[in-house]
Design a binder for this molecule. Structure first.
Ligand code: HEM
Length: 142
């Protein structure tokens, strides 16, 4: 799957509205995720501030590599395979996608345009597709 240049622009413009190093929105993301899917909370062993930093850094890495779809897909598959080891299941991906969109809506308000939302839905479909693929390749019985 390849994201087009207009979608990439929307992703970068929206991400640029969140100050670099501000992990507050990612912490909000986890709060929302645990509301939507309380069953995933026990899977997280680390302090949520630390986890939020890891998550934001990975998203920033994804945003920086949108023009290298092969490298991006390979890294996302590895990430997905590791997530199998954390006890993550395929049906956990949907609430994570919703919490991500919610995070942008909460953080950016009206600055988060419908086009940006569309772009994130598409990007998350790509991210979760590759992560799930990495997970399945590692655990063929799943
Ligand atoms: C956009 C998709 C996602 C990204 C970018 C992401 C990113 C990360 C990163 C960077 C880590 C640190 C460890 C590592 O690199 O392997 C991590 C850990 C983790 N993630 Fe994700 N993740 C995503 C989706 C999910 C989903 C769908 C779940 C489901 C609940 C999840 C649950 C976890 C858990 C449980 C850990 C381990 C926490 C611990 O060791 O205490 N992640 N994630």
């Amino acid at each position: 799957m390849n994201l087009d240049s207009i979608t990439i622009r929307q992703l970068r413009d929206s991400a640029a509205l969140i100050p670099t190093g501000d992990h507050g929105p990612a912490e909000e993301f986890y709060r929302r995720l645990f509301e939507l899917a309380p069953e995933v909370q026990p899977l997280f062993n680390r302090e949520i501030g630390f986890q939020a930093k890891k998550f934001s850094e990975m998203l920033a890495w994804v945003i920086a590599h949108l023009e290298q779809p092969h490298e991006l897909a390979a890294e996302l598959r590895k990430l997905g395979a590791r997530h199998g080891g954390y006890g993550v299941e395929i049906n956990h991906y949907a609430p994570v996608g919703s919490a991500l969109i919610w995070m942008f809506q909460q953080t950016l308000g009206d600055r988060f345009t419908p086009e940006m939302e569309e772009a994130w839905l598409e990007a998350y479909a790509f991210i979760s597709f590759e992560m799930e693929r990495g997970f399945r390749e590692k655990t063929p019985e799943a």
